[in-house]
Design a protein around this ligand. Sequence first.
Ligand SMILES: Cc1cc2nc3c(=O)[nH]c(=O)nc-3n(C[C@H](O)[C@H](O)[C@H](O)COP(=O)(O)O)c2cc1C
Length: 340
Amino acid sequence: MYSLARELLFKLSPETSHELSIDLIGAGGRLGLNGLLTKAPTSLPVNVMGLQFANPVGLAAGLDKNGDAIDGFAQLGFGFVEIGTVTPRPQPGNPKPRLFRLPEAEAVINRMGFNNHGVDRLLERVKAAKFKGVLGINIGKNFDTPVERAVDDYLVCLDKVYAHASYVTVNVSSPNTPGLRSLQFGDSLKELLEALRRRQEDLAQEHGKRVPLAIKIAPDMSDEETALVASALLGADMDAVIATNTTLSREGVEGLAHGDEAGGLSGAPVRDKSTHIVKVLAGELSGRLPIIAVGGITEGKHAAEKIAAGASLVQIYSGFIYKGPALIREAVDAIAALRK
Ligand SMILES: Cc1cc2nc3c(=O)[nH]c(=O)nc-3n(C[C@H](O)[C@H](O)[C@H](O)COP(=O)(O)O)c2cc1C
């Protein structure tokens, strides 16, 4: 059934088809219809970061940036839903075109640039949703906030989303906001993590609940850099790491139509890079911090590979565009098979 929908959607521009999909998934969710579109995945509950997940396969950030279709995505079978990246103020993102499909490579290139309606509008959507499962809210900085003051934007977002999120993801790895990735390194990372941790403590007191903080990192790091990130995360007592965001590499898409567009590459070509980062993190963290793996899952077995590499949970974005909701069930089944 999805192959027919895909044929129609792929006739539209990527961004139009994205908007239409969010509208349809959102409308289906409000009517409670999406469960009829696909067979529900097997129940495979897992406990990570002190949270109970219906299954370990989640929706990655960036598909539902504004939280418009939370119930709809949950009904398709995702074990958890991450919305955002959201910024303090609404912003339009980069000029169009900024989203490209590379079907021969099961890949996507995007330079969206955190287009979103702002944190206040996102919270209205969250409050209107009926979903009672795990909801991650991914936060970032406005494009015109200087990177030296990025921490202020993260704190504004953290304050606002804290009471409404199951966990909060700190996105320091989008390649489309100039300077953002510099926050992954050295003193910038330490200062950011310490500020977030202090605020998390205050908010935990205020709200009587501790909401876990996850940091989302890029795949474009050496093993040494990954090890430094791991030790900074442990030092700052973070709750999870999400690996990875999109890559700046063009390996696997050279010579393809749109292969040289600027932005972050996702889908099949980022798979091995992301899994490698998961392996390095797993070696450094020795189970002290859970890993959420994302990047290039286009078949169930790729989700199982990420778990075997040391992840506790996985997320999907590009694979969902190419394979549709059946991929969620396939991924859950492949992970369940690992446990047998
Ligand atoms: C069009 C598009 C927009 C994205 N936007 C975000 C975002 O706003 N925040 C974020 O943390 N990741 C964002 N991502 C990255 C994905 O969440 C994911 O980390 C990456 O695409 C690798 O997974 P995949 O190969 O399954 O797509 C975006 C990805 C795509 C393709």
